[in-house]
Design a protein around this ligand. Structure first.
Ligand code: OGA
Ligand code: ZN
Ligand code: ZN
Length: 377
């Protein structure tokens, strides 16, 4: 945003009801509550050179007043009472910028061509081209909530090296990484040859891992195609079609649980979460680990109506992107947003072996930001 110079004088400043107001002929009005202005002070007593705040909000007086306001070009200075603390601010910094949220493109089956796809060898090379390719791929993953990578060495644990390209592996009771293949007596249906309807992983954790990676080492078995579904998109469709049922999915928690010989994990959370602006910001969908939902019968019937609609939309090819993983292929999902699943496979027809790991999305955002700064410097 470019700002016009704010040629003001003291006559353009007023403090009304605890709010500092700067205006000229009723144009270019800036309003900042005194308490917020005091808290923004960037003097060495209030801010550490790191940019972190030293000022303890518990010590701010409740009867703040400001005196001796002076304006000098783009700078406004004042003395805070009763503290007698002196502060100065760039007036252009006082204009409230519009809140920017991270961009997401909600998608359905038609978006297949927009999925970010790259090669491991391209995004690991630590030169301008490699860093640019990594940035583009990570931005795609941020925007779409998932992405594909080819040519990842079919070596044990290699999946964690991909997670480390943007963040840190989230180790769990399944280990730093885990095998997904058909076992004789599995504690998790992922380790059978059954189909897995699209789901989010580990809804029984608090907090849930926000990124999941699955890497294919072997795939000669018949079947076992993967699919991904934009859960935020599906949630928005449920909201349009059944607003009252949608509210129940948001308001009522359900218990998710996972147990084996050494672990008993559970979390009680709603299927759909909204952010402070009412925008869908999380889904947990996993019938395998969902316990019987408990709520008053009248609400339970309406809850189920919305839940079944959600499930049918998730299973609807109009919302799915499908692909077959060959050895060396890997996909990554934002596990709060994009559901993943697989079709059944014939365990007797060949081998199917994936390895997975979890990671967190804060690292993805941070790496994107650092790569952007490097690129523009
Ligand atoms: C999983 C899973 C899918 C697959 O292990 O979480 O969903 O393709 N696996 O086997
Ligand atoms: Zn200060
Ligand atoms: Zn899964």
């Amino acid at each position: 945003m470019t700002l016009r110079p704010f040629a003001l004088s003291e006559a353009d400043v007023a403090v009304v009801d605890g709010v500092l107001r700067l205006s000229r002929d009723h144009r270019d009005k800036i309003e900042v509550p005194l308490v917020a202005l005091r808290d923004r002070c960037r003097c060495p007593a209030c801010r550490h050179p790191s940019g972190q705040r030293l000022l303890d909000p518990a010590t701010l007086p409740t009867d703040l007043e400001t005196t001796d306001i002076r304006i000098d070009a783009d700078t406004i200075r004042m003395t805070w009472m009763p503290e007698r603390h002196e502060s100065s601010y760039a007036i252009s910094d006082l204009i409230t910028p519009p809140l920017s949220r991270r961009e997401s493109t909600l998608w359905d089956a038609g978006a297949e061509a927009q999925l970010p796809v790259s090669r491991y060898s391209t995004i690991i090379s630590n030169d301008t081209t490699g860093r640019g390719a990594l940035l583009r791929w990570l931005q795609g993953v941020q925007q779409m909530g998932c992405g594909l990578l080819h040519d990842v060495s079919t070596v044990d644990g290699e999946v964690t090296r991909v997670a480390e390209l943007f963040g840190h592996v989230r180790e769990t009771n399944y280990g730093r990484w885990f095998d997904v293949r058909s076992l004789v007596d599995p504690s998790n249906l992922a380790n059978t040859s059954l189909g897995l309807a699209a789901h989010t992983d580990n809804p029984y954790r608090d907090p849930v891992p926000t990124m999941q990676l699955l890497h294919c080492l072997e795939s000669t078995a018949m079947g076992g195609e993967n699919m991904v579904v934009d859960g935020w998109r599906v949630a928005n469709v449920v909201r349009e079609l059944k607003p009252a049922g949608f509210d129940l999915l948001v308001r009522h928690g359900v218990t998710f649980r996972y147990r084996d010989g050494t672990t008993d994990l559970s979390a009680h959370e709603p299927l759909i979460m909204l952010d402070g602006d009412g925008i869908v910001s999380g889904v947990r969908f996993n019938p395998r680990s969902m316990q019987d939902p408990l709520m008053p019968p009248a609400e339970l019937a309406a809850w189920y109506e919305a839940y079944l609609l959600f499930a049918r939309l998730v299973a609807d090819p109009r919302f799915q992107i499908r692909f077959r993983l060959d050895p060396g292929d890997l996909f990554i999902v934002d596990n709060r947003r994009v559901l993943h699943g697989r079709t059944a496979y014939e365990a007797t027809s060949g081998a199917r072996h994936l390895q997975g790991c979890y990671a967190d999305i804060d690292g993805l955002h941070s790496t994107i930001s650092m790569l952007q700064q490097q690129e523009s410097s």
